[in-house]
Every structure is written in structure tokens, then in C-alpha cells.
Design a protein around this ligand. Structure first.
Ligand code: C2E
Ligand code: MG
Ligand code: MG
Length: 795
């Protein structure tokens, strides 16, 4: 008979407002857990930092609910392990990350970028707050500003974050930082006006709906103590993961749902790089520490401040009417001066002919962009654009006409320029374009950009005088960091590349790194060859076995497309599928693959081989096709394959893309009789509330999680959670990329259903797979050897 207390499960919960408020916020979550696990009673124990630290050290709680920064400390000191990450909701989108926003008052035109904050006053909630200070500290430091040394004043307002906003709005601090989402909330509640504030270093991140100034880090974790029993952890994890959408517990807790745990290593690295305990022996940046070390000096400074403020208030009281008038006059003069200053600044930073930024302004912008790119670990591109044969225009039609042309081109560049793009004129017929916020693999993006610049320059001009004029341009491209790490080097190398482009016959572009030019051109070639490949049937389907973890038998095959290019031999999908996506050719390729593979599987069935399930990939673009369902029905009917043998693989990204009514499309596909799988699971936003509304059958764990099991503890945990979660949702689980026996043994232990990978075998041509199936059949009919053995083990 267990003692009464044994059934109680304690969730130590950080209180950063009042204890009562904390209890109110989280008690419904505990009640939900008690309801889901009837033999346990869950209790929220709200505590402030010192008590919570002590409870964790003593081991008197079973689970811990605390903020990200605190968790990371407790993780390294007391072996806490995260089991889930909170999914918050911002602007209707589920988000697992947060960061900080650095802002100032709109009229502070002198504070244009982070670098300008040097010597100014700055407000934040508290030195230990990740979103409320530490992430901003990282960015300030990346801009060469040490908050302890280079700010005029660093003021910690304490919670809530609203106090920081107030300090900036009432002018007592020049700028400040708050966690992402706070400004939007205050605006939507009508407590501040969007026009009052301006965000510095405003950035966007795909999938994250808010502007932010800093890097993003994972949201609050839900974590376990080292001694909490595994079965309890698993049951709690599953209960939270499967919490129904819009459950009152989530509403009260202010979250949307829970997801498999995110990787918190970036937070460790952040702490380490800033020297925050417990990741560094260096002194933590702390006013308390300064006080401890220099009490006498600090006391003197405080005394001084006290005296000064006393003098100031005495002066205030004597302020009479005439003084007030004087003040208002002074304000007026200041405003005029400021306007004048702004005009001067504009003249100094803009080119008078085109109104675009001039060379010094561009250089300055580029240096700033480099700082941001460096700290965000992003690339940026510099495009040096020079008009072709402009000298001829000037010489034959005169300088005023040349100016007209330059102005028209400048207008075109300005009108078309988009987000993350800065355009300016260096002088003469030379323009410079800086591209920021590039995607991870930027070549395709930059190439497309250069092409569209060339196209828009070549467009015919409107208006009487320019009508018959044709202008071309050559573009040279350099990339940060590979082609230069400062502005001057990037411009110089882009210039050199521009000469290459001229030498190639003009009206074209070149990258500074020749290999990149080649890659870009080869992309254009691939595109034209792809069209030919479809007509000439140069594609082929390979079949990768999917194997039952317990039975060891082949239960299905995944169709993987290959392209036998007459010039380049076998091409893997990674090289051409993205291009086929961009150009829309993927629809035809996808239809071809489905038809081809369905006929093959049907042929194997007719030949009396054991029945196989056919898995086919659907790309995001295909998923948006209005006639998708009909084309799949038709394809299968023509091949004579019963849809119940077919499973379609769709990625999370495809399901969540704009413009798709995923639930409806999936429903229609299910009605057509096929099965549905989520491919590459775990690499997108694996929000359970999303998955649950979809009629899915199978979940494929991405191979990046499988690669390091069973050695990497965080991958082990994630994989375990995903499998447990899938089981609770009655989904079949397939593990991809299984390359060795240790991985397979681990998957068997976790109860994974099916695996696929080089351990059993890679994708094979139809004939080879057929032989394998036949030998498997012989093995099976031979008593004693029921299992197909793995064909090869690759390191
Ligand atoms: P995927 O759907 O995740 O397919 C699995 C990929 O992992 C295949 O690469 C496969 O060869 C590879 N793979 C299998 N086992 C292992 C292993 O043990 N270790 C490692 N390192 N890799 C393994 P592949 O054939 O190059 O395909 C890459 C991606 O291209 C596929 O990823 C899929 O997204 C896409 N794809 C392939 N065929 C098609 C198709 O017909 N249509 C569409 N839309 N996409 C396709
Ligand atoms: Mg796949
Ligand atoms: Mg996959």
C-alpha cells in the first residue's frame, strides 16, 4: 500500500510575478495531468528563484517549469533534462522561439542603428532575463557596445516589461529592449501607439511572425529531475503532447500546446560567449558583483548622485514663468536645428541626380550589414552594376541626355527594390545593390535577383525622349564572408567580377568566385535540360526498401526519382528537385513518378511477389495543385493499382505553406483511398495541435535525429518522445536513414514500426529490387531463415 504522499507529483514552478498568480496560471495544467493519469495527483508548487533552486538541489520536486535562462542554469548544475518545449502563439501562428526587440522613440532620428546606442541610456527588465536583456546584450556586443562600459546608463526596471516601454516613451531612457511579442500586445491593447516607437536592427525569420532585433532562442521548457521515474516522464510527456486544442489549461497557462523538446545548446553557447555563470569562470556581469567588489567607490558615486539630484530639484522649484517661456523657445529652436540637420544629413547621404544613397552612405550601410550578418551567421551579397556602353550614350547624345538615362535607371532600381535590398549609386554609371536576409543557400536567390535586375534594366523606356533607347548592364557579385569580410573588399571584388561579366560579352552577371558563376549558370542549364528530360523520358525510379523492425521483412518501397542526364550521368534529386519546384516542372515530374512506380508495383503484384506498399513523395508545389487529387486518382486507375497500397509523403512545410487548405486536401486524398505520411518529421514546426487535425497514417522521423542515436542524449530523447507521441496518436512510425545495427537496436527498443536506410539497402533500380524480393521469397519459404538479412552495412 503506497503512502499517501507517494502519489503526489510536484511541479516546481517559477514565480516571476506573485505566487498566487503563478498558481492560478498553472494549476489547470496540473489538474489536466491529474485527470489524464488518474493514479496520480499533480500539484503546482510556485516558488521564487531561491526556493526553487533549493527545491531542485534537494530533489524535492519531480518536474520543473521555469524560464529558458533559468532552466539552462539548473540543467548544468543539477542535471535537469527538458522533455518538452512550450509552443506559444503569436499573430495566430504557433512559435517555439522568442528573442528581443530593441527600440527607441520614433522621433529619435539620431538613433538609426544599434551602433548609434553607444553613449546613450538603455532600459531592460533585469540582468538575468534572456528575452528581456541577455539576447540584446549579445547584439549590442556584436555591434561593439559593452553594456556595462559603453552606455551612458543601463537601467533595470524590473518586471513587468511594460516598465521598459514606459521608460523609453517618457524619455527617461533613450532606448530599451523587451521580449518579442510585448510591443505587439501593448499595441493591440491600445496601450501604446505603433507610430510612437521604432525598432532598431529589425529582422524577420521565416516561420517567426514577429519583427525582432536579436537572435531567437527556444521557448520555456518543461523538464524532469534526474530521479523522476521514466514511466512517469513518458506518461506526462504524452499527456501534454496530446492536450486537446484550445484546452482551458492551455488558455490559463497562456500557451498553445507543447512540442518535442527543442535544442537548447544555442542558449548554452550564448551564456558561454557572454561569460554568464555557470558557463564561465569569468565574473558575471552584475551590479551586485560590482557592489561587492568596490563598496567604497560605489558609495561615493551614490552620494554624489544624491547631492546632484538635490541641487536639481531645488532649481526646479525656483523655475518661474519667464524661464518656462525660455524653455519653450529653446525647444522651437532645437526643432528647427534638427530639421535643418536632417536636411543636411540627407544631402550628405544621397545622390542628388537619382535620389539614391550615395557612396559614403552605401559604404556605411554595408559595414553595418556586415556586422549584423556576422552575428546572425548569415551571408550577404554585393552586386556591382555597371551600364553597358554608357560612354557612347554620353558622347553621342550629350551629358544632359546621359543624366536623364541615369535618373530613369535609378528610378527603376528604386521602384523594384524589395525587402532586404539596399540600392545606391556609386557615381557615373555604377550602381551598387546590397542584399541581406539571404536564404541559407543563397546562390539561386542571388542569381534570380541578378537576372531580374538585368531584365528590368533592359525593358523599353516610356516617354518621348528615351523611347528608342536600349540599355544593358553587367553585374559583378561578391558574397560575405567568402569573398571579403569588410565593405571595401566586397565592393572591390564585386567590381572585379563585373569586369569578368563585361568580358563575357556584357548584359550578364558573374560571381567573384568562378565556381559560383559556374554553379549559377549550371542551374540555368539544368532548368532548360529538365524540360528536355521530361520529353525524352530521361527519368527513372529507384526503390528503397522499407523494412519491418520486428519482422525484418520488406513491407514497402519508397519511390525515389533519378535523372539519367545524357551529358552528366546520374543526377540525384537534391540537384534538380528544387529547380523543378521553382519552375513548376515538379508537377509533371511528380505525375510521371507516381504513374511509373504504380505500374511497377502492380507488375510485381501480378507476378505473385509478396504485396508491397508504395510510398511516393509529394513536393510542396504539387500539394498546392488544384487538380492534385484527381490526377492521383487517374494515375493509379491507369496503372491498375488499388489506392490502398499507396502512401503519399508530405513534409510539414508543405502542409503549413500559405495558400493551401491542408485539412481539406488531405481529407480528399484519404477519400481517394491512399494513406498519408509526414516526411522529415521534426525538421519543421512539429506542433501537435496541427498534426492532430490532419488524417495522417504514418510519421517518418527525419534522418538527422537518427544519425547520432544511441550516442547523443538529446537525439535519443527526441526520438523517444516522437515515437511515444506517434503511438499515442495511433500513427505508424518509420525511421529514415538507419545506417547501423546500434541505431536499429535502439529503434526496436523504442517500439518503432518500420525502418529504411543504408543498413538494409539504398534505393535500387526496379530489376535489382525484384531480385531482392525474389531471394527474400526463397528465404521465407526455406524453414529456419525467415528474415531477410541486411545486405550491407555502411559506416
Ligand atoms: P526523402 O523523401 O527524405 O528520401 C530519403 C532520402 O534519404 C533519399 O535520398 C535516400 O536515398 C536517402 N537515404 C536513404 N537511406 C539513407 C541512409 O541510410 N543514409 C543516408 N545518409 N541517406 C539515406 P534521395 O533519393 O537523394 O532523395 C532526396 C530527397 O529528394 C527525398 O528525401 C525527397 O524529398 C526528394 N525526392 C526524391 N524523389 C522524389 C520524387 O519523386 N518526388 C519528389 N517530389 N521528391 C522526391
Ligand atoms: Mg520521402
Ligand atoms: Mg525523408
Amino acid at each position: 500500500m503506497p503512502a499517501l504522499g507517494q502519489d503526489e507529483v510536484k511541479i516546481g514552478t517559477l514565480a516571476y510575478r506573485g505566487l498566487d498568480q503563478t498558481l492560478e496560471r498553472w494549476a489547470p495544467t496540473a489538474a489536466y495531468l491529474s485527470e489524464m493519469l488518474p493514479d496520480k495527483v499533480f500539484r503546482i508548487v510556485p516558488m521564487y528563484y531561491p526556493e526553487l533552486n533549493e527545491a531542485i538541489a534537494r530533489g524535492s520536486v519531480d518536474f520543473v517549469l521555469t524560464n529558458t535562462a533559468h532552466y539552462v542554469k539548473m540543467e548544468s548544475q543539477h542535471g535537469l533534462t527538458r522533455v518538452l518545449t512550450m509552443i506559444a502563439k503569436e499573430q495566430g501562428t504557433p512559435v517555439r522561439d522568442f528573442g528581443g526587440v530593441i527600440f527607441t522613440r520614433s522621433e529619435r532620428t539620431d538613433l538609426a542603428s544599434i551602433t548609434d546606442l553607444r553613449g546613450h541610456s538603455f532600459a531592460a527588465v533585469g540582468e538575468g532575463s534572456l528575452g528581456g536583456f541577455i539576447v540584446a546584450w549579445e547584439i549590442l556586443r556584436a555591434h561593439g557596445i559593452d553594456p556595462a562600459r559603453d552606455l551612458r546608463e543601463l537601467r533595470f526596471t524590473g518586471m513587468p516589461h511594460d516598465q521598459v516601454v514606459e521608460a523609453v516613451l517618457d524619455g527617461s531612457s533613450d532606448a530599451g529592449t523587451v521580449r518579442t511579442g510585448i510591443l505587439e500586445t501593448l499595441i493591440s491593447e491600445g496601450r501604446i501607439d505603433a507610430g510612437d516607437l521604432r525598432i532598431l536592427n529589425a529582422r524577420t525569420t521565416p516561420g517567426f511572425p514577429l519583427l525582432h532585433s536579436t537572435n531567437l532562442y527556444p521557448e520555456w521548457p518543461f523538464s524532469r529531475m534526474p530521479d523522476t521515474p521514466d514511466e512517469l516522464v513518458e506518461a506526462v510527456t504524452i499527456a501534454l503532447l496530446t492536450m486537446p486544442e484550445a484546452h482551458p489549461a492551455a488558455e490559463a497557462g497562456g500557451y498553445l500546446a507543447w512540442s518535442p523538446p527543442a535544442n537548447y545548446r544555442p542558449v548554452h553557447e550564448l551564456f558561454r560567449s557572454l561569460g554568464i555563470a555557470p558557463f564561465d569562470d569569468r565574473q558575471v556581469f552584475s551590479l551586485a558583483a560590482v557592489w561587492r567588489n568596490n563598496p567604497a567607490a560605489i558609495a561615493a558615486v551614490l552620494l554624489g548622485l544624491l547631492l546632484l539630484s538635490g541641487m536639481a530639484s531645488a532649481k526646479f522649484m525656483n523655475m518661474n514663468v519667464s524661464l518656462r517661456r525660455e524653455v519653450s523657445e529653446r525647444r522651437r529652436v532645437e526643432r528647427l536645428l534638427r530639421e535643418n540637420q536632417e536636411q543636411l544629413t540627407r544631402q550628405a547621404t544621397h545622390d542628388s541626380l537619382t535620389g539614391l544613397q550615395n557612396r559614403p552612405a552605401l559604404q556605411q550601410h554595408l559595414e553595418r550589414a556586415i556586422v549584423s550578418a556576422r552575428q546572425a551567421r548569415e551571408r550577404l551579397a554585393v552586386l556591382f552594376l555597371d551600364l553597358d556602353r554608357f560612354k557612347n550614350i554620353n558622347d553621342s547624345l550629350g551629358h544632359p541626355f546621359g543624366d536623364l538615362v541615369l535618373r530613369a535607371i535609378g528610378e527603376r532600381l528604386r521602384d523594384r527594390h524589395g525587402h532586404g535590398e539596399t540600392v545606391g549609386r556609386l557615381g557615373g554609371d555604377e550602381f551598387l545593390i546590397v542584399l541581406e536576409d539571404l536564404p541559407e543557400n543563397p546562390i539561386a536567390h542571388v542569381t534570380a535577383h541578378a537576372e531580374s535586375l538585368l531584365e528590368s534594366i533592359a525593358e523599353p523606356f516610356q516617354g518621348e525622349r528615351l523611347r528608342d533607347l536600349y540599355v544593358g548592364a553587367s553585374i559583378g557579385i561578391s558574397l560575405f564572408p567568402e569573398d571579403g569580410t569588410d565593405g571595401a573588399a566586397l565592393i572591390k571584388n564585386a567590381d572585379a567580377a563585373m569586369y569578368q561579366a563585361k568580358a563575357k560579352g556584357r548584359n550578364t552577371f558573374c560571381f567573384y568566385t568562378q565556381a559560383l558563376t559556374k554553379a549559377a549558370k549550371s542551374r540555368l542549364t539544368v532548368e532548360s535540360h529538365l524540360r528536355r528530360a521530361l520529353e525524352n523520358e530521361e527519368f527513372e525510379v529507384f526503390y528503397q526498401p522499407q523494412v519491418g523492425v520486428e519482422s525484418g521483412a520488406i513491407v514497402g518501397v519508397e519511390a525515389l526519382v533519378r535523372w539519367r542526364d545524357p551529358d552528366h550521368g546520374m543526377v540525384l534529386p537534391g540537384r534538380f528537385i528544387p529547380i523543378a519546384e521553382d519552375t513548376g516542372l515538379i508537377t509533371s515530374i511528380g505525375e510521371w513518378v507516381l504513374g511509373r512506380a504504380a505500374r511497377q508495383v502492380r507488375a510485381w503484384q501480378s507476378a505473385g511477389l509478396p504485396p508491397l506498399r508504395l510510398t511516393v513523395n509529394l513536393s510542396p508545389r504539387q500539394f498546392l495543385q488544384p487538380n492534385l487529387v484527381q490526377s492521383i486518382r487517374d494515375g493509379l486507375a491507369q496503372a491498375g493499382l488499388d489506392p490502398r497500397w499507396v502512401e503519399l509523403e508530405i513534409t510539414e512545410t508543405a502542409l503549413m505553406q500559405q495558400g493551401s487548405d491542408a485539412p481539406a486536401t488531405l481529407r480528399q486524398l484519404k477519400d481517394a483511398g491512399v494513406r498519408l505520411a509526414i516526411d522529415d518529421f521534426g525538421t519543421g514546426y512539429s506542433s501537435l495541435s496541427y498534426l492532430k487535425r490532419f488524417p495522417l497514417d504514418t510519421l517518418k522521423i527525419d534522418r538527422c535525429f537518427i544519425r547520432d542515436v544511441p550516442n547523443d542524449s538529446s537525439d535519443v530523447e527526441i526520438t523517444t518522445t516522437i515515437i511515444a507521441m506517434a503511438r499515442s496518436l495511433h500513427l505508424k512510425v518509420v525511421a529514415e536513414g538507419v545506417e547501423n545495427r546500434a541505431q536499429l537496436a535502439f529503434l526496436r527498443l523504442q517500439g518503432c514500426d518500420v525502418y529504411q536506410g543504408f543498413l538494409f539497402g539504398p534505393g535500387l533500380p526496379a530489376a535489382d529490387l525484384e531480385s531482392l524480393l525474389k531471394s527474400g521469397q526463397r528465404l521465407a519459404s526455406n524453414p529456419g531463415t525467415r528474415r531477410l538479412q541486411p545486405v550491407a552495412e555502411r559506416g
